[in-house]
Ligand binder design. Structure first.
Ligand SMILES: Cc1ncc(C[n+]2csc(CCOP(=O)(O)OP(=O)(O)O)c2C)c(N)n1
Length: 673
């Protein structure tokens, strides 16, 4: 069997064709064994991938987490067997032949689509088409930002992407292409699998774009090659690498399912096993006489040699990295280490104390800006930005400088009106390492970012979304801009912390948690309108960390508990005071983060929620609130879309008022007696 090579064994040179055919064979065998998967794309792009991995890609299979490796993103994630074959063939630890045999099985490293974290070398989770391309823009931007800060010896690599027709048809691709062209990300190279086939059949059914002209219009260097001619591919990649001030597109004309005698060039190879007969025919056509999953020693040896080709470069890099200051070196992979964490906590504590004593009325978007002013100097790699709502989001401080095309000294990105592109790019920056990204837009446009937010959550990356104008409280812009269902929709997503702070102090606490939570992204839902300071008594403890806490505990036994988030906590506080004046003991629970509260133990939850009947208030739809209110609790909030009017009028119009809260309290108390 063709597995491990003996030490000292000569490495006979395999031909390019043999090496590419190894990918083809593994892809068709694994898909056949799993009885599901996508053989066509790996078979079609095997030549391109072989040229890239054996001649250009800077990686060291023994050290797949080398910070200065080239990034390889398989945006067309359905072709996952291409990536898995490459990882196995080049010798990435843990990706052995058994994993390929377990393609698409539970707990294998070889999931249907590449899952970040399942195996080294999977740089990002792909499958939702176009996302990988968006991530790659962020990775390429991250590389340039860190190059500026660390120099060529430490950070100097390329980002390569394989994208298919599907990726380029998705809307997100336009945002990604446009942003990369604008920023002049010259180290981004997209290899387009130009096979003119997608699931429904030939792409002529649905698209007539001239992709070359399209990329060129956004300032890209472009080329077209026959994707089965290794020398032409190599030359195109060389030229792309020489284009240092423009990103590059190489349209590689390929035949999907290359080698399958009857099915190649057709959609039949896209997403189904080829079948035993067709595989037998493909083996004959390709001249591949080996058994399923068998890669002859000389061919494997050549692949393994590709995997060690950069071992010396890796050693050189290690030596250069050793000369770095220890903290700076650590921040290349982990910007928020224990020391930085300590600084963040100290800054947040000081700010909370200031906020409490000043007791100013501030919109939480303004509070957030004030928090950022303190964080920018202490968090290395903190890169801000907004999708053209900088002033509204409060994402820019006077300490920031702007990232410009070809100039990466700054720490703030104007993403333009490209919410989806921004969200995918900040995922890419977080994946790259060395960067803690945040990006701003209006909360209602979280829907424009949602597919990328979902991937931040699925991958478990520290990405911070600053989403302002979080309710009808934004006023006159009206229902198109007033989120009502977004909070519920975001809370429905696993592994996402949705924060809705009630005042400046909670806002500072939310930032501290978001920065300290490495494997969970955060949404900060912030107000446009001013809010009174509620946390007038300074506490060192971060109360938001438990998700919810008792803000007001009445004397004596609770008659009712008012639970609120964000801007509505102030209403609950006023209602509780008035109820108290009327002899009704009302508690107020501020609940800035449901997810963190859900993670608390039962005893804490019981103390906070109490045994009295409950009323919930949030200027959003009720969906999800039952779990806090129980069957008999009442909810005060939105029951449909908002309207265009001044905020105060809207609160009255939609019945989100102190009077409504008191009436709801009376109602639930009455029912419980
Ligand atoms: C956002 C999104 N929409 C739809 C799909 C389902 N899907 C997977 S592959 C594919 C066709 C892709 O065509 P192409 O990129 O040309 O891939 P090829 O047929 O060349 O393998 C579709 C629609 C998906 N994965 N992601």
């Amino acid at each position: 069997m063709a597995e491990a090579l003996q030490l000292g064994e000569a490495l006979p040179e395999a031909t390019h064709q043999d090496m590419a055919n190894a990918i083809r064979a593994l892809a068709m065998d694994a898909v056949q064994k799993a009885d599901s998967g996508h053989p066509g794309m790996p078979m079609g792009m095997a030549d391109v991938a072989t040229v890239l991995f054996t001649r250009f890609l800077k990686f060291d299979a023994a050290h797949p987490d080398w910070p200065d490796r080239d990034r390889f993103v398989l945006s067309a994630g359905h072709g996952s067997m291409l990536l898995y074959s490459l990882l196995y063939l080049t010798g990435v630890p843990g990706m052995d032949i058994e994993e390929l045999k377990r393609f698409r099985q539970l707990h294998s490293k070889t999931a249907g689509h590449p899952e970040y974290g399942h195996a080294p070398g999977i740089e990002t989770t792909t499958g939702p088409l176009g996302q990988g391309l968006g991530n790659a823009v962020g990775m390429a931007l991250g590389e340039r930002l860190l190059n500026q800060r660390y120099g060529d010896e430490i950070v100097d690599h390329h980002t390569y992407v394989i994208a298919g027709d599907g990726c380029l048809m998705e809307g997100i691709s336009q945002e990604a292409i446009s942003l990369a062209g604008h920023l002049k990300l010259g180290r981004l190279i997209v290899l387009f699998d130009d096979n003119q086939i997608s699931i429904d059949g030939p792409t002529s059914l649905s698209v007539s774009d001239d992709q070359i002209e399209r990329f060129r219009a956004s300032g890209w260097h472009t080329a077209k090659v026959d994707g089965h001619k290794p020398e032409a591919i190599a030359l195109a990649i060389e030229n792309a690498r020489a284009s240092t001030d423009r990103p590059s597109l190489i349209a590689c004309r390929t035949v999907i399912g290359y080698g399958a005698p009857k099915k190649q060039g057709t959609a039949a190879t896209h997403g189904s096993p080829l079948g035993e007969e067709e595989i037998k025919g493909a083996r004959e056509k390709l001249g591949w006489s080996h058994a399923a999953f068998e890669v002859p020693k000389p061919i494997l040896a050549s692949w393994r040699a590709a995997g060690t080709r950069n071992a010396a470069a890796y050693e050189r890099w290690q030596n250069a990295a050793k000369r770095l200051d220890a903290a700076k070196r650590a921040h290349l992979t982990d910007p928020i280490d224990a020391e930085v964490r300590g600084k963040i906590t100290a800054a947040v504590k000081a700010l909370k104390s200031d906020f409490s004593s000043e007791a100013a009325k501030l919109a939480t978007r303004q509070s957030s800006q004030k928090v950022l002013e303190k964080l920018v100097p202490v968090v290395p790699g903190l890169i801000g930005g907004s999708a053209d709502l900088t002033g509204s989001n409060g994402t820019l401080t006077k300490l920031h400088t702007i990232v410009k095309p070809g100039d990466f000294a700054g720490n703030y990105v104007h993403y333009g009106v490209r919410e989806h592109g921004m969200a995918a790019a900040i995922n890419g920056m977080a994946l790259h390492g060395g960067i803690v990204p945040y990006g701003g837009t209006f909360l209602v446009f979280s829907d424009y970012c949602r597919p990328s937010i979902r991937l931040s959550a699925l991958m478990g990356k520290r990405v911070i979304y600053v989403m302002t104008h979080d309710s009808i409280g934004l006023g006159e812009d009206g229902p198109t801009h007033q989120p009502v269902e977004q909070l519920a929709a975001l809370r429905a997503m696993p592994n996402l912390n949705v924060f809705r702070p009630a005042d400046s102090v909670e806002c500072a606490e939310c930032w501290e948690i978001a920065l300290g939570t490495e494997a969970t992204p955060s949404i900060l839902a912030l107000t446009r309108q001013g809010l009174p300071l509620l946390r007038t008594a300074h506490t060192e403890e971060n109360l938001t960390a438990k998700g919810a806490y008792v803000l007001i505990e009445p004397k004596g036994q609770r008659a009712v508990t008012l639970i609120a988030t964000g801007s509505e906590v102030a209403l609950a506080v006023t209602a509780a005071k008035e109820l108290g004046g009327e002899g009704i003991a009302a508690a107020v629970v501020s609940m800035p983060c449901w997810e963190l509260f859900e993670a608390q133990d039962r005893a804490y939850q019981d103390t906070v929620l109490g045994r009295a009947p409950r009323v919930g208030v949030e200027a959003a739809v009720e969906f999800g609130w039952r779990k806090w209110l129980g069957s008999y609790g009442k909810f005060v909030g939105m029951h449909g879309f908002g309207a265009s009017a001044p905020a105060e009028e809207l609160y009255k119009h939609f019945g989100i008022t102190v009077a409504a809260l008191k009436a709801a309290a009376a109602d639930v108390i009455g029912k419980s007696q």
